[in-house]
Ligand binder design. Structure first.
Ligand SMILES: [Zn+2]
Length: 334
């Protein structure tokens, strides 16, 4: 299941189809947040007397990919890029395609899930006075950006979004959308990382130019969203994860965590990833070796299990994928 074996020094995990991030120390070493009390309701009732973030515990705001999920869109214009109405529409349509894919895949496991994104009215339109770098090591920029827009942190923003929605959700997460090329990444919560990462979020660079190694497509949204719910990368971005990739190729070669494609439905959520996001309670025996290798990797990379980053759409051709995996390894999961 999600979020295991993580020691106390971690940050969020960025999963990028491309590289694993740096071992730079986390900005601060906050103690592990208290475990969620069993008396805490699983649904996030906006009118609840306890604050929403108090219900997130050690699973974060995106727990298992079951029940209902609100995805909060943050369209960010930075010092060098802006959003226009058409691009916003295109991004939201791609996200909706990813939702449809995930909903169908969940149904194959008997899970009826409901994914909802904030519409244009309920989405957030933010600005940032700096140019966001296409650099996974620079993920802390999100902490500086939100206060410029009147929110202390992601928890405050997500709480506001759920309140505005006026409805209870089992999970909530944010996507910071940037209208420029770059390598997208996920910042999921893991037990022991700073409390602020309980409010889980993605940074997605919207760029439809397929000549860019990280052009956007619905599969990239699906891949990244799965990270927030506990899915791990199964590819080998830089030759340091060969055992994982090799095992994955033998037992779940179509899995969307192994590679993504502009042809979304050529990918699947196979049993291993289904188990990691809560769709299967028991991991089938054939995946035991893969789980073991991933756990070993997590132990080795403890202090850089910071971030896991995004997917690059490789599947259009294998060559694009291979090209993408030549990106220098950062201290993140790719
Ligand atoms: Zn990934």
């Amino acid at each position: 299941m999600k979020r295991q074996k993580l020691t106390g020094l971690l940050l969020a995990c960025l999963l990028v189809l491309g590289g694993c991030v740096p071992s730079s120390a986390p900005p601060d070493h906050a103690p592990s947040p208290p475990a969620a009390s069993s008396s805490v309701p699983s649904s996030l009732a906006p009118e609840s007397k306890i604050s929403l973030s108090e219900t997130w515990g050690e699973a974060g705001s995106a727990k298992t990919l079951t029940g209902s999920t609100l995805v909060v869109n943050l369209f960010l214009s930075d010092a060098e890029s802006q959003w226009d109405s058409q691009s916003r529409t295109d991004a939201m349509e791609m996200l909706e395609e990813a939702f449809a894919f995930l909903t169908e895949e969940a149904a194959r496991y008997g899970q009826e899930i409901r994914l909802t994104q904030t519409d244009k009215l309920a989405s957030y339109y933010l600005t940032f006075d700096q140019a966001v770098e296409d650099n996974l090591e620079y993920y802390q920029w999100t902490d500086q950006m939100l206060p410029q827009n009147g929110f202390a942190d992601f928890a405050a923003l997500l709480e506001d979004a759920v309140k505005q929605a006026g409805e209870a959700y089992d999970n909530v997460a944010a996507i910071v959308h940037l209208n420029k090329p770059g390598r997208s990444y996920a910042l999921p919560f893991h037990r022991g990382n700073e409390e602020k990462y309980q409010a889980e979020h993605l940074v997605m660079f919207f760029n439809e130019d397929a000549s860019h190694p990280y052009y956007i497509c619905p599969a990239a949204y699906a891949h990244e969203l799965l990270h927030l719910f506990g899915a791990k990368d199964l590819y080998d971005p830089d030759g340091q994860n060969a055992a994982v990739k090799e095992l994955a190729q033998s037992v779940c070669e179509d899995d969307i965590m192994l590679s993504i494609s502009s042809n979304l439905y050529s990918r699947r959520v196979e049993d291993f990833t289904a188990h990691s996001v809560g769709w299967l309670t028991e991991l089938p025996e054939e995946f035991a070796s893969l789980a073991q290798v991933l756990n070993q990797e997590a132990e080795k990379g403890e202090s850089h299990e910071d971030m896991q980053s995004a997917a690059l759409p490789g599947g259009r051709t294998k060559k694009i994928y291979e090209k993408s995996v030549s990106v220098p390894r950062l201290h993140m999961f790719g």
